[in-house]
Design a protein. Structure first.
Length: 70
C-alpha cells in the first residue's frame, strides 16, 4: 500500500475489480497505465507505480516508507 501526498482532493470513489479494464492495448509502453476504470461520468486512469516515478523519486519513497515502518 502506498500513499501519495497531494495538495487537494476533489472527490473519492470506490471501484471494484469488475469496473476495471486491464488491456495491453492501453499500455503500449508510452504510457504508464495498467488499467482504466469506466464510471458513469468519466474514466479513471490507473497508473503503474513502477513506471510512474523517476528512479530518484522511487528511492526517496522507499526511504520514507522504511522510516515510517521503523
Amino acid at each position: 500500500m502506498v500513499g501519495l501526498r497531494v495538495d487537494q482532493v476533489k472527490g473519492a470513489v470506490q471501484i471494484t475489480a469488475k469496473d476495471i479494464e486491464i488491456s495491453k492495448a492501453i499500455n503500449t509502453g508510452a504510457c504508464p497505465f495498467t488499467g482504466v476504470a469506466k464510471l458513469d461520468d468519466g474514466l479513471i486512469l490507473i497508473h503503474d507505480l513502477g513506471t510512474f516515478l523517476q528512479d530518484a523519486e522511487a528511492a526517496d519513497l522507499d526511504k520514507a516508507m522504511a522510516a515510517a515502518m521503523s
